[in-house]
Design a binder for this molecule. Structure first.
Ligand code: GBH
Length: 454
């Protein structure tokens, strides 16, 4: 096979953490055994999910977690990043705790520990309890406090065995897709009116860091999506538009966490939110490490004058009134999702973080990286992962402190508004039988991890 001909991966430092990632809503199923979330409501509306599916069964991981942990063990991963479903633990988001829900995560963590795999829980991966959403959800400040209470409940149960924790997954995507554009739950189309959802998620993160520390957790991070923004040209119009995009997708979330302030543009847009300065001191509560989810760079230019209708772009529908336009990156292979494959842009991102944040930058972990390709003999996924792992190594060689790398995803799962059509797994999941079948990329990664250990 082509993979035999590949150069072995460079050696990573001892202790570098290799892992795989998933999220609760995308794999668990068993929706009737928990409280409802915004995603249950969202996917019940016809037309929201492209293939008309829901996550009611998903991978049925809730009932098959033993088999999935065995796959992680066989792979030789050090760590497993999963998310805890808030409505499984607190069916109404606050108040009464579901012991069956907590029991599930307790069993999962035990199973992982017995397999020698470190559990890395993420407390929020977009599945807000419906009851909280009906009271305003992330647009409401109270939700941040509820989240910290929930964090304490989960830490009280699995904090003795789970050492490494993640508060939120990608508040940027949840703000943009869920609250600004409406392509994800809760389906709000508020455009810049979505900014309070960003602020309240960041506040929730800071409050949860404090709650977790109070519960004895000492190794805490966040998983933010980032990617380099490439201006479409050197013209002032294009560079200005690219800067704007970069502020919204990268700096809006990294600056307050790392520097304790919002980018100027955002500070202006947020005037009216109340005592932002006081909130920023909570948001900037130091984390032990900073997680980056990386998929691709984005080329951005000035709005296209002729654009009067929404533009379709790699699964995104962008309204015409935005102050920028996303352009195609040419001359690169694309994944089944249409995202360009540009491994060296991950080195660029990591060195760019170090250059921008300097001494303030916590150690980094790649908390997600992966791609959508169909088929069991997924040589293109191997190429993608191989290229990106090398890109991380190059950043290490340039002095960036990266401590771990997690593949998205362990297995094919419910890919949000795309349904089951986009497959990111190292393991194939048959949609009828739910049978798990490791792909070529799984075998490749297993051998690559073995080689790291010899
Ligand atoms: C992650 O988000 C999620 O955390 C995870 O749940 C999900 O399954 C996984 O990725 C795969 O989608 O239009 O070409 O500019 C996705 C992060 C960052 C991916 C922005 C899409 C824009 C593509 N997203 N990116 S493009």
């Amino acid at each position: 096979a082509a993979s035999d001909a590949r150069e072995p991966l460079p050696q990573f430092p001892r202790g570098f953490l290799w892992g795989v990632s998933t999220s609760a809503h995308q794999i668990e199923g068993a929706v009737d055994e928990r409280g409802p979330s915004v995603w249950d409501a969202f996917t019940a509306v016809p037309g929201r999910v492209k293939d008309g599916t829901t996550a009611a069964v998903a991978c049925d991981h809730y009932h098959r977690y033993r088999e999935d942990v065995a796959l992680i063990r066989e792979l030789g991963a050090d760590a497993y990043r999963f998310s805890v479903s808030w409505p499984r633990v607190l069916p109404s988001g606050a108040g009464e705790v579901s012991s069956a829900g907590l029991d599930f995560y307790d069993r999962l963590v035990d199973e992982l520990c017995a397999a020698g795999v470190s559990p890395v829980p993420t407390l929020f991966h977009w599945d807000t309890p419906l009851a909280l959403a009906e009271e305003g959800g992330w647009l409401r400040r109270d939700t941040a406090g509820r989240f910290a209470e929930y964090a304490a409940v989960v830490a009280g149960r699995i904090g003795d065995r789970a050492k490494k924790w993640i508060t939120l997954n990608e508040p940027a995507e949840h703000t943009l897709l869920g609250h600004a554009l409406g392509q994800h739950a809760p389906g709000e189309q508020l455009m810049f009116g979505a900014l309070p959802a960003a602020h309240h998620q960041l506040l929730a993160h800071g409050l949860a860091v404090r709650a977790l520390r109070a519960a004895g957790v000492t190794d805490i991070g966040i998983a933010n999506s980032h990617g380099p923004t490439w201006p479409a040209s050197a013209s002032p119009e294009d560079t200005q538009a690219a800067d704007f995009y970069d502020v919204l997708l990268n700096r809006l979330f990294a600056d307050p966490l790392i520097l304790g302030r919002y980018p100027d543009l955002i500070a202006e847009l947020m005037a009216g939110e109340g005592d932002i300065e006081a909130d920023l001191s909570v948001i900037a509560e130091p984390v032990d490490w900073y997680g980056i989810n990386f998929y691709q760079p984005t080329k951005v230019g000035a709005p296209l004058p002729a654009t009067t209708a929404p533009t379709e772009f790699s699964g995104l529908t962008l309204p015409p009134e935005l102050p920028f336009s996303v352009r195609e990156i040419e001359g690169r292979p694309v994944t089944d999702f249409g995202w360009p494959v540009v491994p060296e842009s991950l080195t660029e991102l990591l060195t760019g973080f170090r250059d921008r944040y300097g001494d303030r930058l916590p150690p980094l972990v790649i908390t997600e990286n992966g791609c959508s390709y169909d088929g069991l003999d997924d040589q293109r996924r191997i190429d993608y992962l191989d290229g990106h792992v090398r890109a991380v190594h190059r950043a290490l060689a340039r002095g960036v402190d990266v401590r771990g790398y997690f593949v998205w995803s362990l297995m094919d799962n419910f890919e949000w508004a795309e349904g089951y059509r986009q497959r990111f797994g190292l393991v194939h999941v048959d949609r009828t039988t739910l049978t798990r079948t490791p792909k070529a990329s799984y075998a490749w990664l297993r051998e690559a991890l073995r080689a790291q250990r010899t």
